[in-house]
Design a protein around this ligand. Structure first.
Ligand SMILES: [Zn+2]
Length: 280
């Protein structure tokens, strides 16, 4: 088996994940689109602010009409439970409803098929993981930041790299931008936009995004794009001798293969298009 690369032969991916469907997401999306950064917003569609009300208080959410702001290139909207109930503290039927009613509301609004989620309060157990899987959810983000930029082992127990307030984040981001990694790296930052108001950290975070943005060696993607690329790459099929690889998926997958003479230890990126069999 060959090493998997991100689209266009890249080794680094950058993504954001912001929760609760807050009014200040509009400001963050403005910064993101000016920098070409993509990301995911996890919304509780049953907890909107009344139409016509002002976005006041410490945690203002979107009104139903303001939710239109998420209809943007490079923005994924994902499930966060219709009314933000703790997935580990409700009955199984309530849990199914909490997930599916939010999923259906977002799908109707955005005319899409939602496959992503984040756990309300970061709270989950084996049952909620299994129910999410049966509900067609491919990944669900926890709040267990582990400072790792490795690709996740379990997308339904997805660990972010860091919260935006994490004191280690600046150093992690420096490493991310300067490193020429051997293996795939994903810098995954999460949080809630009202925290930027509360903590006076809009400028800090805009600066951090600026540092990570517009890099030719980074794939800027939403959560689901990275998740589904990773899942598709695991479906590649190899010939018994390893000389051929077949791509049964609908995604173009990039691989790293040796090139030149063996002692030169050189590699090159090769892509396998959907349905294609390629000699590697
Ligand atoms: Zn939340």
């Amino acid at each position: 088996m060959l090493k998997v690369l991100f689209p266009n032969g890249l080794k680094k991916a950058f993504t954001l994940s912001y929760d609760d469907g807050c009014y200040d997401d509009i400001r963050l999306m403005g910064i993101m689109s000016s920098l070409g950064i993509k990301g995911t917003f996890n919304i509780s569609s049953g907890l909107t602010r009344p139409e016509g009300s002002k976005p006041e208080g410490p945690w203002p959410r979107m009104t139903p009409s303001e939710i239109e702001n998420y209809k943007k290139e490079g923005i994924e909207v994902a499930v966060h439970g219709e009314t933000h109930r703790d997935f580990t503290k409700i009955s199984e039927p309530e849990l199914v409803y909490e997930i599916m009613s939010d999923k259906a509301a977002i799908e109707r609004r955005f005319e899409t098929v939602v496959r992503g989620a984040a756990y309300p309060y970061g709270s989950f157990n084996d049952l909620s993981v299994e129910i999410l899987r049966r509900c067609g959810i491919k990944y669900c983000r926890t709040v267990w930041s582990d400072h790792s930029m490795n690709m996740p082992a379990d997308w339904l127990r997805l660990r972010p790299t860091a919260h935006h307030n994490d004191p280690e984040l600046e150093a992690i981001a420096d490493k991310f931008v300067s490193e020429d990694p051997k293996d795939l790296r994903m810098l995954y930052i999460w949080g809630h936009t009202p925290e930027f108001n509360r903590d006076g950290k809009w400028d800090m975070f805009a600066g951090l995004l600026e540092k990570c943005a517009r890099r030719l060696d980074v794939w800027y993607a939403t959560n689901i794009e990275i998740c589904e690329y990773d899942l598709a790459s695991k479906k590649l099929e190899y010939s018994a001798g390893g000389e051929w690889v077949y791509n049964p998926t609908a995604k173009e997958i990039w691989l790293e293969k040796p090139s030149g003479r063996p002692w030169e230890m050189k590699t090159e990126a090769v892509s396998v298009k959907p349905g294609e069999t390629v000699r590697v």
